[in-house]
Design a protein around this ligand. Structure first.
Ligand code: ZN
Length: 279
């Protein structure tokens, strides 16, 4: 049958039929695609996520994320109506006893502050990083624990800057809190640094007694809202004494916070000219 021989009417009919078939093709495809195989989709999305994870760009991104580790920051709203106390630990770190302390603090929902001696930084990098990432404060206790009263200005600044640099090389940030050795501070020392000077008003006398129960008693009987407690994380008895004190103070409604958390909770505007013994 040759097309020229068809009547005009038949040509029109053939044209219409072909036109209808053409029109129906997209409709047929749409219907087919609406039949969703959820199991297949699930499989596909799983494989997509595994591709993303194994893709070098994304895994590099993940690695970098780990390099840029950020310390834990607590939501302080739950401590707003509590008495707060800041346990501070000087002269460390010392791997064995500082780790003992770090491992036990979670039980009391406690964050503390370390005033680190510069000479101890290079041999305790891991524990410093661990403490920092767990949300504890890292402060400076100067480099070689000298009596600052007896040093020249230049040497005091050296004691401070050397420590700050070595701590920064481990955790990426320079400490902002300074505890002068023996609590020896005056206007001259204050004027030499732009760090906040933090002393204490509750002395556990741990270095003298090295006895966990005596240390605990010294802390508990002098504790008050806003107190700063002095301890040393280089003695096991100090660490155990701190835990015993926290056990009792927790029952009295205390929360255990870092200096930074204390400052935030008390709404204090710190300045470089003051010496802080409590908040
Ligand atoms: Zn000290």
């Amino acid at each position: 049958m040759k097309i020229e021989k068809l009547s005009v009417r038949n040509k029109l009919i053939i044209f219409l039929v072909m036109f209808m078939i053409l029109l129906s093709i997209p409709v047929l495809f749409t219907k087919a695609s609406k039949k969703i195989d959820y199991k297949l989709l699930e499989k596909e999305s799983l494989s997509i996520s595994s591709i993303l994870e194994n893709n070098s760009f994304f895994s590099k991104w993940k690695e970098n994320d780990e390099v840029l580790d950020m310390p834990i920051r607590r939501d302080l709203s739950k401590y707003k109506n509590k008495k707060v106390i800041a346990f501070t630990f000087d002269d460390g770190p010392k791997a064995a006893t500082t780790n003992l302390l770090l491992d036990g603090l979670d039980k009391y929902d406690a964050k503390v502050t370390f005033f680190i001696a510069g000479t101890r930084v290079s041999s305790n990098k891991e524990v410093i990083k661990k403490a920092y990432l767990a949300g504890h404060d890292i402060g400076s206790h100067t480099y070689s624990h000298k009596n600052l009263f007896q040093l020249k200005n230049k040497n005091i600044q050296e004691e401070i800057s050397k420590t700050n640099e070595s701590i920064k090389s481990i955790i990426g940030v320079s400490p902002i809190y300074l505890r002068p050795p023996y609590g020896n501070v005056n206007k001259r020392i204050n004027s030499l640094t732009d760090m906040y000077i933090i002393c204490w008003d509750v002395d556990s006398l741990d270095w003298r007694y090295k006895n966990r129960n005596k240390i605990k008693d010294n802390i508990v009987k002098n504790a008050h809202d806003g107190a700063i407690v002095l301890l040393h994380d280089i003695y096991e008895e100090s660490v155990m004494g701190a835990f015993l004190a926290m056990e009792e103070l927790e029952k009295e409604g205390y929360a255990f916070v870092t200096i930074s958390e204390m400052v935030e909770l008390k709404g204090v505007n710190l300045d470089y000219d003051s010496v802080y013994y409590q908040f």
